[in-house]
Design a protein around this ligand. Structure first.
Ligand code: F6P
Length: 356
């Protein structure tokens, strides 16, 4: 059996991408005769015909390396079927590159956008396998995606460090974490870091309730407070607005970061001295956690088994710690968000966390 495999990483990078690439390569080399083509910068490279024939040595020494050796780019799904101003038909170009390289399959490592693009290529008749990557952990159908655990460690470390300085200065410290639509990272890191207030996009907040929570802490003798907020958290008022009203409202406010708006509100309405920390892309940088190394290797090796079995058109999901497959068409346009029934919300409330 001989296989020619294309592999790409797409969307925002995160720790664990290289470990997953290595997992696919090592297990494939071990199981069947194969040639691996590294597509550069995700779907962009597939469109532009930029790739590199890889050797087994390319996959050595990358288990612990952050980022992606293949490069990545964001290529929004909604623009995929639109012809560019320069006349480029992106879908046709991707199919052309795949056929020109005579690939047997294409492995796509990425988040929600990547899975939508992977499903589009499946519809075009290509053999595609998806691997779930995102620090947001919002890919539908899988309990966990690689990158999440590493980001959680980083975010928790940030909260731990902020905790000690908050205590020394008796301040309200606001830490803004990544997550536009999904609050998983903020929820987990908030609990792991012992936050007093956790604000996530799925549960719109009320400023009064946040201030009540801070005052209650003060009354109970705690002179500092930690608020962990997801970048996509919105207020109850904002949740009622139409998309365009919301956009205008945010523009009128001058800056869009929720953490700074909250800090202003707390400063104006209370006596608390307030500071903001935004760790930003640090959450996506550096070496993968031990957990993510194992997860990425598991997913990569499982993908190689799928290639051996010609089991295409699917992504790999981890359900109750077991790797399974989910059809791309079933999961590609869905998001896994924090629901009101999430057990961790109860846990957090039981230990006194306010969700605003
Ligand atoms: O999708 C992962 C993610 O890290 C989000 O949490 C964050 O909002 C976004 O990417 C940031 O994207 P960019 O790297 O394009 O600024």
């Amino acid at each position: 059996m001989k296989r020619k495999i294309g592999i790409l990483t797409s969307g925002g990078d995160c720790p664990g991408l290289n470990a997953a690439i290595r997992g696919v390569a090592k297990a494939s080399y071990g199981m069947f005769d194969c040639k691996i083509i590294g597509i550069q910068d995700g779907f962009k490279g597939l469109i532009e015909g930029r790739y590199k024939e890889m050797n087994s040595t390319d996959f050595s020494g990358i288990l612990t390396r952050g980022g992606t050796i293949l490069g990545t780019a964001r290529t929004p799904f909604k623009k995929m079927r639109k012809i560019d101003d320069d006349g480029v038909d992106k879908v046709k170009s991707m199919v052309k590159t795949y056929n020109k390289l005579e690939l047997d399959c294409l492995i796509t490592l990425g988040g929600n956008g990547t899975h939508k693009n992977a499903n589009l290529l499946r519809e075009e008749g290509l053999n595609v396998i998806g691997l779930p990557k995102t620090i947001d952990n919002d890919i539908w159908g899988t309990d966990i995606s690689f990158g999440f655990h590493s980001a959680l460690d980083i975010a928790t470390e940030v909260i731990d460090r902020i905790h000690t300085t908050a205590d020394s200065h008796d301040r309200v410290m606001i830490i803004e974490l990544m997550g536009h639509k999904a609050g998983w990272l903020t929820l987990y890191a908030g609990i792991a870091g012992g936050a007093d207030v956790i604000l996530i996009p799925e549960l719109p907040y009320n400023e009064d309730r946040i201030i009540d929570a801070l005052n209650m802490r003060k009354k109970s003798g705690k002179d500092f407070s930690i608020i962990v907020v997801a970048e996509g958290a919105i207020s109850e008022e904002e949740a009622l607005m139409s998309k365009s009203d919301f956009k205008t409202y945010r523009e009128e406010q001058g800056y869009s970061a929720v953490s700074y708006r909250l800090a202003d509100a707390i400063t104006n309405r209370t006596e608390f001295e307030t500071r903001v920390t935004v760790p930003g892309h640090q959450q996506r940088g550096g070496s993968p956690s031990a957990y993510d190394r194992v997860l990425s290797t598991t997913l990569g090796a499982f993908a190689a088994e799928m290639i051996a079995n010609e089991d295409y058109g699917k992504t790999i999901s981890i359900i109750n710690n077991v790797a399974k497959t989910t059809p791309l068409e079933e999961m590609a346009s869905k998001l896994k968000l924090v629901t009101k029934e999430e057990k961790l919300l109860t846990t957090a409330r039981l230990v006194g966390v306010s969700f605003g």
